[in-house]
Design a protein around this ligand. Structure first.
Ligand code: NAP
Length: 292
């Protein structure tokens, strides 16, 4: 039986880890806050006392934590995965981290004898729990083939963008475009509200018009109703992703001005409403200087 170590049981990771139990893998789990593991332990997962303890004997180690700092800590910090992972084990990074971090971490882990795959995902927490994520892979082809049985429980759509780092490049531009769409949607809706339009009609018209991306359809309904219940992506996570994307653009010699404007709005959202659904930034769109 194949054995998986899963590190990071937040909104996404909890459901993803559960998919390995659903699919007949043996599973060891670790999370910074232990209580999030309770229902997985009740279903048969082994609680590990550290990422290193989880990784012992694992065929694949999957991480789903917040950002670069958290990823570095669980892979290479004290009690980290590198202390025990066996030679040839798969290191599957599903967290959305920076491109620089992927390149640095993959180099270190491959020197340590692991097979590294960057595998950020798209899909909300309900898709994570249902095994319906889209997996955005950067990997050597041989390593991806070895990894496929360990990716299958998470999602059936695997997009292989190229060598290590390529999955993360796509994830970052995808989420950057999302940030720009959501920030511009918030401003557009506030303009319509201030101008006194029928907001139900505005929302229906956006949802059936030329700008009706899935982001616009989903967030226009939530923003107009000011109802942010259900599966969520936080302002802090979107800000982190936009920051990593702008840094990547700059490292490639580009000057991404629209992206920087969205990043500025999300920086404020991350400060004022860090753990709230990102759609709530509509209420951060303030009055500007008075017109003459
Ligand atoms: P989340 O609910 O905030 O969970 C974050 C996870 O990271 C938790 O397990 C948390 O541990 C852990 N963590 C944070 N800082 C840590 C540290 N310093 N050391 C160790 N562990 C740390 O976030 P999420 O929504 O599950 O997102 C996880 C990743 O998936 C992020 O990279 C995000 O960008 C990406 N993502 C999210 C979505 C989404 O819809 N939410 C979709 C696609 C991709 P605690 O439980 O102890 O806080």
């Amino acid at each position: 039986m194949s054995h998986v170590a899963f590190i990071g049981l937040g909104r996404m990771g909890h459901g993803m880890a559960g998919r390995y139990l659903d699919s007949g893998f043996t599973l060891a789990v670790w999370n910074r806050s232990r209580d999030k593991a309770d229902s997985l332990i009740a279903r048969g997962a082994r609680w590990a006392t550290s990422p290193a303890d989880a990784a012992r004997d694992a065929d694949a180690i999957v991480t789903m934590v917040a950002d670069d700092a958290a990823s570095h800590k669980v892979w290479a910090g004290k009690g980290g995965i590198v202390e025990t992972a066996r030679n040839g084990a798969l290191a599957i990074e599903c967290s959305t981290v920076s491109h620089r971090h992927v390149l640095d971490m993959s180099r270190d882990l491959m020197l340590r004898g692991l097979r590294y795959i960057d595998c950020p995902v798209t899909g909300l927490p309900d898709a994570a729990a249902a095994g319906k994520l889209t997996l955005l892979v950067g990997a050597e082809t041989n390593d991806l083939e070895v990894a496929r049985p360990f990716l299958a429980p998470l999602g059936t759509t695997i997009r292989h963008f190229g060598a290590i780092g390529a999955g993360t490049v796509f994830k970052l531009i995808n989420n950057l475009i999302g940030a720009v769409q959501i920030a511009s949607l918030a401003e557009g809706l506030r303009i319509a509200e201030e101008a006194g339009l029928d907001m139900q009609l505005v929302q229906q018209s956006l949802a059936s018009g030329a700008v009706a991306s899935p982001q616009v359809v989903r967030h226009s309904a939530r923003m107009v109703a000011r109802d942010f219940a259900g599966a969520s992506f936080t302002a802090a996570l979107r800000h982190k992703d936009a920051h990593y994307a702008v840094t990547l653009a700059e490292s490639l010699g580009l000057d991404p001005r629209v992206a920087r404007a969205a990043l500025e709005i999300y920086a404020r959202a991350a400060t004022e409403m860090s753990d709230d659904d990102e759609g709530q930034l509509i209420d951060l769109i303030k009055a500007g200087p008075a017109a003459d």
